[in-house]
Each structure stands twice: as structure tokens, then as C-alpha cells.
Design a protein around this ligand. Structure first.
Ligand SMILES: C[S@@+](CC[C@H](N)C(=O)[O-])C[C@H]1O[C@@H](n2cnc3c(N)ncnc32)[C@H](O)[C@@H]1O
Length: 826
């Protein structure tokens, strides 16, 4: 399940030396900070500043963070050449992946102007990597690396030659011929010239033979430019007015105009920021919104990659890094999927040759243009109005890599707002304009202390890396702490699928969206947020009447987690008590999620477990004030809960172990023990299915466990279908196991049983059902059953509800399944 909002990812594994200072803060200062409110921050900030200034350990840590000599990727020609040599050795042994990795490491430390044997080291490294990529069959990546080498050294014959080879293999004959023509003209050695000439002849012949169908020079040239991402650019819809008018809550009315790209939502949706009775500000529909409408898109105000993904995902667009990733050309720390992303993040276009080259004037206009297209491809990529979020961090220092991401994000927000208002104006005043809410007072002591320590540390780092006159006083510490609290409350986690086949998502980045941060949470959301690159997209997943709140899930949802777990999670992680519609009234999923079956045959009533009975009593005793978006109660709730809804404000009859319909009693302790006994059987099945070493006895035991669960638990209890936090439940795992044995009929039966339960818990149009339907369809496809078409259509409808026209980009395997299914029908 997607978790749209995230809090600060403090991970023990990433503790810095500053975290250790927590334990050195004197008890008196701790006490002062523990009870502090926003109004006390100037005095607690001054006190922390005074304490840390005197502390040798703090000075030592800061020196470590800001000294370029200690940087992780210190620029060093010798190290780059050593790594290059090791890469060459691996290459000659055929160890291509290792060679690739060594050249990439060398690129991180190679100084951009370093030369070796009269050649630019960075250009040589890009070329060497291009050759490895060529040998690995990664031809597009090879061409991109050749482009990078040529952008630095336009007369690099070997790079033109390698580019020609890769283009020829890609059947881009037009480009390949032009590359060889350039190589031949630039080559000095007569022998080599002759060799190229011969290759050119045979390539020209190949080009002639295939000209009509295969030669697409312009198109190919465009596809090979450095800014071609390995993932399709999905920007068919754009926000019109948001970026201009909504930076940090200055304007409270948001209007999203959806520009149609021919296929997607041709209408205009208006949303607005409103005051809510108990959730602060929130977003609401101005007029009615149809189900599945794109209601909002937005670029982040500031964003940052999470530490765990620094080596695997692009630091700008957050997509997975390709084999030809590009390190920051100045500091080597951040990695990017393309030079385009690198320039957008850092602003530096080092290595881009700005005056083309000493191009031989005798060259034809076509070849001159060809050279210019490649060697000047990125020079125009930077936009003077764009904010380069990494630039102030890029001074060959390593604090941006080791500080918690939210602290670095706070620095980015501060610098961006400073630069927007006019460079180096009054910084303290600027933070005051960041009009986002925060829950500083609710934070535990440890978080408050961390915020204070990192705020002081950031001031020192910004003085060193950004502006030596940066103010250093209690007021600025207070502003920083407030900013960190705002980030903690408002930052969104940018998520990605773990793989095209997977339904699992991982949080790769953290961002502040000026308007997106104003959507409140609901455990029964009516909107869904997702990300393509850095862009936030929000869609309505149900019809929303005019004036109704638009609320997304920050993580927990009804049907997925029990009420008490949702409340605890939101309190712990976001420091608020949830007052959404899903938590304020009794709903079917909360009743049945962990319920037991009534002992009386044919009674469909619910026997509540201990925790749920407590919650149900609580809700009945504390009826919520009705909100405009409250839905009428489901008939099904009356059916399973029986007389519960006839109760008027009296919850005495709601007892754990007692059927809510007929009042029959159940010995809960015995039932818990019975369920407990089935645990090892289910776990063993899961293990063996996962490791693909399934034994028939294990499946028989799991079927016995399933019988026990079915006879003890309420038929809609989630444990039968799905294990908490995992998409694979017992029915699901059994279905998977039968598929592994080729018993598709039985697999189908169990898969359907699982879906039936989940539909009760989530509703038929929930994204979780979409994923389950995909599993069902793959069993049907394996059976050659044409009804897969219908199931896939249903899954597609659900994915479109959540992802609109982007469903196919996010779930590429859906279309593959559909093609297979259509073949069955034919
Ligand atoms: C990302 S902000 C949303 C905008 C915020 N309401 C504001 O006034 O700026 C998250 C904060 O809104 C409040 N909030 C959001 N959803 C809530 C809910 N379901 N119940 C109670 N408070 C909620 C909490 O204070 C939470 O920390």
C-alpha cells in the first residue's frame, strides 16, 4: 500500500557524530527544550548555540563535515587514474560489470580539467565506460557516454568511432555513417584512416540496402541525446497557476487547470484551501468532482533523495539510475540518470564544450551540424529562472550526504526562499513566510533536541558553503527548528514501485509541495496521490460533492489496519489524533478485520476481539460530530453487527467474545490458542513458496490451517485472505502454491476466495483489489482461460481510477497480460 506522507527517516544505521551529542546536552537545557513551545524557540535556540559553540566534539564534527580534504569523493587525479587502470584490467579479463563500476567510481573523483597523456581524464573515462557498455549490449547507454566524452573533447576520434559502432548495431545507419565520416576526417594516422574508410564503405552499403525502412536520422539523433531518460517522460498534464501563486500558503485559493493532451481529462477542476473544524487547513472541492478526475499536479518546492537510495536512484528525478549514471561534475557526491538532471540539480555544466571545437572548415554543413548537435547538446539545458537545489551544497564537502535528508531539505528551502526574495536579504524574515503548519509542541524530547542540534550545525555549514555572512543567532536557530517541524508535518514521501512486476512501493525521496502539503489525511481517503519523476499527481477515487474535503491517506487505511493501530501510528509518526471519517464512525472493515465467527450455526454475526470491542464501545459512547462527507452506513454492517446499531448511546452490551447479532458467547482464549497453532504451518508454506522449494506435505498442512481459520474466524477476517502488511495471505499463498504445482483450477478457487474477503474490507474498486485481480488473471492465462480478458479489464479500470492515463506507465505488465489474453480469445 502506498504511503503518501512520510516523516523524518532517522535510521540508526545513518547516525552521524552529531546524533551522539544528544547525550551531552546538560539536563537543565534538556528540561528547557522538553517543555518548550514555539514561543520559547529563540531562547532555547540561543542556549543550544552557546552550548555547542563551546563543545570541542561539536567543533570537531563540523570541521569533518565542511573540510573538502575529508570529502567522500575528494577530487583526485591519481585516484581516478588508479581506478581507471583497475577498470582496464577488469575489462581485459572480460569482467565487464566490475569494469563498469570502477569507471563510474573514477568519474566521481576525476577532476574535470585533469589531463593524462594530453587527453581529458573525464572524457577518457566516459569513453572507456562506453566500450564496456557496448560489450554488455547496452547500446543506447554506450551512445550517451560517447556523447559525454565528445561534449568534453569534440575531436576525440575513438569516441566518434565507438559511437558509430553502437549506432550501427542500433541500425541507426545515418548517424553511424556521419560518426565514421567525422572520425575519418579527424583521424591523424593514415593506417587508421584507411581502416575507417573501409568500414565506412561497408556501412554506407548497409545504409543503402536498408535506407527506405530503417534510416531515421533525426529521430535517432534525438533519442540518443543525453536527456533521454530510461523511463518515459510522463508529463502530459501540467499545473498552470500553482507554481506562481501558491508558494508557502501566500494564496489560499488553488485552481488546477488540466491541459488536455488529447486523451486525458479535458475538464477543469477547482480545489480550494479551507479551514476545517478539527484538522487545521485542508483542501476541498469547489464544485463537484467526478470519480477518477485528475484534481491536482505540482512540482515540489524542494525535494531530496533518501539516504538508502543515494547510490541507486537519480538525485533529481528519483528514477532508478541507468548503467551510465552521471555523477555531479563538481563534487562527485550526487548521482543522476542524465546530464540533464545533473544540470537541473546543480546548475554546473562542466564538461560541456561551449564553443563547439576547432571544427575543420572544410567539413560539409551536414557534418558540422552533426558535430554541433552532439557536442553542444546540453549547453542550453540550464534555465536562469530555475533554482539549482544542489548548488549551495556542492563545495566538495560531505555534510549534504550525511545529514538527515530533512535537515538538508530545510537548507534547500531556506536557500531557495532567500534567492527568490533577492539574494542575501534578511534570512530570519524569510523563514517566517513559510506558512505551513507544524506540531513542534507535540514532539518528543529527542526530536526537539535533534532539531536544535542540526539547526545549529546547518547554520555553520551554510556559512561555510553558501554565504559567510549567514546569521548565527538564537533567532535563526528558532527559525530553522520551526522549518524542521514544518517539514516533519508536511513533507511527502516520493515513492516508486520496486520493480515493474511488483506491487510493492518504496520511499525514495522526501519533498515539500506547497499546495500538496495542505491535503489532510483520511483512513478512508477520497483521493490518491502518486509521483512521476518529481511531479505530484492527485486523483479523485470517488465522486466528491462540492464543498467536501479532499483527503489522502498518509499511510494507514480502513480495511488494512485496525482502528487502534491506525490511531497509534498517526500519533507516533505525525503527532496528531486522527479525526477522519474512517475513525469517527463504526465501519464494517473495523468490525470484522480481526473478528471471530459466532458459535451458533448460520449466525453471520461478529464476535469482537478485545481491542475492537473497546474501540466500538468508545465510538458509541463518543459519537462524532457529523461531517459533510460522512457516508450513509453500509447495509452489510447492520447484517453482521445486528443489534449494535439499535443501541442508542449505551455500549454495555458490547463485550469481547459475545456475538453482536445473537449474543452467543465464545471462549476467546481458546479461540486465540487454536489460531496460534496454525501459525507455523502458514509460515512454512510462505517460506517454501518464497524460496520456490515447495513440498506437498507443507501444502496439506496449510490447507488444514485454512480449515481451522475458516471455522474459527469471521468469514471476512483478513487473516484468512491476507497477512497484515503483506499482500500474500493464507488463501493467497495457497493459490500461489497450487499454481507452482500446476493445479490451476485449485489455485483459481483460492485466489477468488481471497478476493471475495478483500472486497468486503477494501471495497470492490480499491487498488489492492486491482493487484489481486492481476494475480487471478495470471492464473487464468496459465490455464488458457479467456475470461482473463474480463478480469484484466476490471483491473485496468481500477488502475485507471488511481493512476488515470499513467496506469500503463506504472504497471507495464498489465498491457502484456492484456495482449496475451486477447490472443486467447482469438
Ligand atoms: C500535511 S498537514 C495538512 C495541512 C494542515 N491541516 C494545515 O493546517 O496546514 C498535516 C497536519 O494536518 C492535521 N491533520 C491532517 N489530517 C488529520 C486528521 N485526519 N485528523 C486530525 N488532524 C489531521 C494534523 O495536524 C497534521 O499534522
Amino acid at each position: 500500500m502506498e504511503k503518501a506522507f512520510d516523516q523524518l527517516p532517522y535510521k540508526v544505521a545513518h547516525k552521524t557524530s552529531l546524533d551522539m551529542l544528544l547525550f551531552m546536552v546538560p539536563p537543565a537545557l534538556q528540561g528547557q527544550i522538553k517543555d518548550s513551545t514555539e514561543d520559547d524557540l529563540v531562547s532555547t535556540g540561543s542556549a543550544m548555540l552557546a552550548f555547542l559553540r563551546r563543545l570541542p566534539e561539536f567543533k570537531h564534527s563540523i570541521k569533518n563535515f565542511i573540510d573538502p580534504e575529508r570529502a567522500f569523493y575528494k577530487k583526485n587525479k591519481k585516484s581516478a587514474l588508479d581506478l581507471k587502470k583497475s577498470g582496464n584490467d577488469c575489462f581485459s579479463r572480460g569482467a565487464y560489470p566490475k569494469a563498469l563500476s570502477l569507471y563510474s567510481q573514477a568519474l566521481r573523483v576525476a577532476p574535470s580539467s585533469a589531463e593524462d597523456g594530453g587527453k581529458n581524464v573525464v572524457a577518457m573515462l566516459y569513453l572507456n565506460r562506453a566500450v564496456v557498455l557496448y560489450n554488455m549490449g547496452l547500446l543506447v547507454e554506450c551512445v550517451r557516454d560517447c556523447n559525454r566524452a565528445l561534449a568534453i573533447s569534440p575531436t576525440y576520434v575513438k569516441a566518434w568511432y565507438r559511437r558509430a559502432k553502437a549506432n550501427a548495431s542500433l541500425e541507426n545507419y545515418g548517424d553511424a555513417v556521419r560518426d565514421l565520416q567525422v572520425a575519418m576526417i579527424m583521424e591523424q594516422s593514415l593506417d587508421e584512416k584507411r581502416k575507417i574508410e573501409n568500414e565506412l564503405k561497408s556501412l554506407s552499403q548497409q545504409q543503402k540496402d536498408t535506407r527506405s525502412s530503417l534510416d531515421r536520422p533525426d529521430e535517432n539523433n534525438m533519442a540518443m541525446q543525453d536527456h533521454s531518460s530510461h523511463e518515459a517522460e510522463p508529463m502530459s498534464c501540467q499545473t498552470d497557476s500553482l507554481s506562481a501563486k501558491t508558494i508557502f500558503g501566500i494564496d489560499q485559493q488553488f485552481e488546477t487547470w488540466i491541459r488536455s493532451s488529447g486523451t486525458d481529462e479535458p475538464h477543469q477542476i477547482k480545489i480550494e484551501c479551507v479551514s476545517t473544524p478539527n484538522k487545521g487547513k485542508g483542501m476541498a472541492a469547489v464544485s463537484e468532482i467526478p470519480k477518477a478526475s485528475l484534481i491536482h499536479t505540482e512540482e515540489p518546492y524542494a525535494a531530496i533523495i533518501l539516504k538508502e537510495y543515494r547510490e541507486t536512484h537519480c538525485h533529481f528525478c528519483f528514477n532508478e539510475l541507468p548503467a551510465d549514471m552521471v555523477p555531479c561534475s563538481c563534487c562527485g557526491g550526487p548521482l543522476y540518470c542524465s546530464q540533464q538532471c545533473q544540470i537541473q540539480a546543480g546548475g554546473q555544466a562542466t564538461g560541456i564544450n561551449s564553443n563547439s571545437c576547432a571544427i575543420d572548415e572544410t567539413l560539409s554543413d551536414e557534418l558540422k551540424k552533426h558535430i554541433a548537435d552532439i557536442t553542444l547538446a546540453n549547453a542550453s539545458a540550464s534555465d536562469i529562472h530555475h533554482f539549482f537545489e544542489h548548488r549551495h551544497e556542492c563545495h566538495g564537502v560531505h555534510w549534504p550526504a550525511v545529514f538527515p535528508p530533512d535537515v538538508v531539505l530545510a537548507g534547500r528551502i531556506l536557500v531557495k526562499s532567500t534567492e527568490k526574495k533577492g539574494h542575501h536579504s534578511n534570512v530570519s524574515k524569510l523563514i517566517g513566510t513559510v506558512g505551513l503548519s507544524h506540531n513542534y509542541e507535540e514532539l518528543p524530547l529527542e526530536r526537539k533536541l535533534e532539531f536544535h542540534i542540526y539547526s545549529v550545525a546547518m547554520i555553520y555549514c551554510l556559512q561555510n558553503s553558501y554565504w559567510s555572512e549567514f546569521p548565527n543567532n538564537g533567532e535563526i536557530v528558532a527559525k530553522f527548528v520551526t522549518l524542521l517541524s514544518m517539514i516533519s508535518t508536511n513533507s511527502m514521501a516520493i515513492v516508486r514501485m520496486t520493480s515493474p512486476e511488483s506491487v510493492e512501493q518504496v520511499k525514495v525521496g522526501q519533498a515539500i509541495y506547497s499546495a500538496g502539503s495542505l491535503f489532510n489525511h483520511s483512513c478512508q481517503p477520497n483521493i490518491h496521490a502518486y509521483f512521476l519523476s518529481r511531479t505530484l499527481y492527485v486523483r479523485s477515487t470517488e465522486y466528491v460533492a462540492a464543498g467536501c474535503p479532499l483527503e489522502m491517506s498518509y499511510g494507514p487505511q480502513v480495511g488494512e489496519w485496525l482502528w487502534v493501530s491506525r490511531i497509534e501510528f498517526l500519533k507516533d509518526k505525525y503527532a496528531f489524533v486522527c479525526r477522519c471519517r474512517g475513525c469517527a464512525e463504526i465501519n464494517l472493515p473495523d468490525l470484522v478485520l480481526s473478528a471471530f465467527r459466532c458459535v451458533k450455526p448460520n449466525c453471520f454475526g461478529v464476535v469482537l476481539a478485545k481491542g475492537t470491542a473497546f474501540y466500538t464501545k468508545f465510538i458509541i459512547d463518543h459519537p462524532p460530530s457529523s461531517e459533510p462527507h460522512m457516508q450513509p452506513k453500509d447495509e452489510e454492517i447492520h447484517k453482521v453487527a445486528g443489534h449494535l446499531f439499535e443501541l442508542t448511546g449505551c455500549s454495555d452490551q458490547i463485550k469481547p467474545g459475545s456475538c453482536l447479532r445473537c449474543g452467543s458467547g465464545l471462549d476467546l482464549d481458546t479461540s486465540y490458542a487454536t489460531i496460534e497453532e496454525t501459525g507455523p504451518w502458514s509460515k512454512r508454506l510462505e517460506y517454501e513458496v518464497f524460496h520456490k522449494e515447495l513440498e506437498t506435505d507443507t501444502l496439506s498442512d496449510a490447507l488444514r490451517a485454512l480449515d481451522v481459520l475458516r471455522s474459527t474466524l469471521h468469514p471476512y477476517n483478513k487473516a484468512i485472505a491476507q497477512v497484515r502488511f503483506r499482500l500474500q495471505g493464507l488463501e493467497d499463498t495457497i493459490a500461489h502454491a497450487f499454481s507452482m504445482f500446476g493445479e490451476f483450477e485449485l489455485a483459481l478457487e483460492h485466489c477468488k476466495a481471497s478476493i471475495e474477503i478483500l472486497e468486503k474490507l477494501y471495497g470492490p474498486d480499491h487498488i489492492a483489489i486491482g493487484h489481486e485481480l492481476l494475480k487471478l488473471a495470471s492464473i487464468q492465462l496459465a490455464m488458457g482461460d479467456p475470461s482473463a480478458v474480463e478480469i484484466l479489464d476490471r483491473a485496468e479500470a481500477i488502475f485507471s481510477l488511481y493512476y488515470g492515463c499513467h496506469a500503463n506507465t506504472i504497471f507495464p505488465h498489465l498491457q502484456c497480460h492484456k495482449i496475451q489474453a486477447r490472443e486467447l480469445v482469438q
